[in-house]
Design a protein around this ligand. Structure first.
Ligand code: NAD
Length: 273
């Protein structure tokens, strides 16, 4: 549907078995791209699915390169881009999907610890910046052209109680996206943000664990979160990983070029913005 033959994509945070990163990587591969898939080393995250994603991409007939790297560390990000260039010679598409796990930051602001706030900004904002900088330098050095897709959130457009650190980071991703789109537009490089609604990746389990009120079982709270999301959606279902992957494939193609700088909400009509 979108011709990505001969293109190379780098997708960060792609090790979740039900994650957005995996879905995006597989969809871009199905469109013909070779894929560099990134995540933290297996001892640093509970998401250990990178080898599976590599096998799944190869089963689609495309090449895959797994790179363990922490997107908050400039030297590791630069090493990751170098490995990608050594293997494939180019990066045409960057998807900044890596995101801080929901944890000690999901508390009211008056209880929010400085380090918990900083951690979320480091992964979600600084990680996005470092990956964009390294890949944009490469895109500018060659013939220009390319697409950068930053995963924000509906919490990057709307404030949510107990999500202040996360909201601040995802609003920041949208501002960063707009600034970068203006800088890179003249060289034919497009930059977008996607703002997904609630998705039943492993992340939702983490969220239920930290958000469930005292006396309410986390799995019951998880079901409540899902029921509310379905009830409020215009389409009567949750956002699925493939909904995000479909939009990412469109944004990675030339068919979306004139939308550069846009932040696209993908939430089944929950917010309609
Ligand atoms: P996820 O937690 O499975 O994905 C995030 C991935 O990022 C994990 O595999 C994690 O190991 C990796 N990661 C974390 N820190 C990293 C680092 N420093 N370097 C490299 N990788 C790192 O959950 P997901 O739902 O697939 O989330 C993907 C993205 O989508 C995140 O940015 C998240 O904020 C965003 N998002 C998720 C939802 C949702 O409801 N699931 C909604 C809106 C936006």
């Amino acid at each position: 549907m979108y011709d990505l033959q001969g293109k190379v994509a780098l997708v960060t945070g792609a090790a979740g078995a039900n994650g957005i990163g995996r879905a995006v990587a597989l969809r871009l591969a199905a469109e013909g791209a070779d894929i560099v898939v990134n995540d933290l080393s297996e001892d640093a995250t509970p998401r250990r699915g990178l080898p599976n994603v590599v096998r799944e991409i190869e089963a689609l007939g495309q090449q895959a390169l797994p790179v363990f790297a922490d997107v908050t560390q400039a030297d590791q990000v630069e090493g990751m881009v170098e490995s990608a260039l050594q293997r494939f010679g180019r990066i045409d598409i960057l998807v900044n999907n890596a995101g801080a796990p929901a944890g000690r930051d999901r508390v009211p602001v008056v209880e929010l610890e400085e380090e918990a706030f900083d951690f979320v900004q480091r992964v979600n904002v600084k990680g996005t910046f470092l990956c964009c900088r390294a890949v944009a330098r490469h895109m500018l050095q060659r013939d220009g052209g390319g697409s950068i897709i930053n995963i924000s959130s509906t919490s990057g457009k709307h404030g949510v109680a107990r999500f202040a650190a996360y909201c601040a980071s995802k609003f920041a991703v949208r501002g960063f996206t707009q600034a970068l789109a203006r800088e890179l537009g003249p060289q034919g490089i497009t930059v977008y943000a996607i703002c997904p609604g609630l998705i039943a990746s492993e992340r939702i389990d983490d969220m239920a664990t930290v958000l469930s009120p005292a006396g309410v079982d986390a799995s019951d709270y998880r079901e409540q979160m899902i029921a509310t999301a379905i009830q409020n959606s215009a389409l009567g279902r949750m956002t699925d990983q493939t909904d995000i992957a479909n939009v990412a494939a469109f944004l990675a193609s030339h068919q979306s070029d004139f939308m550069t700088g846009a932040s696209l909400t993908v939430d089944g009509g929950l917010h309609m913005d």
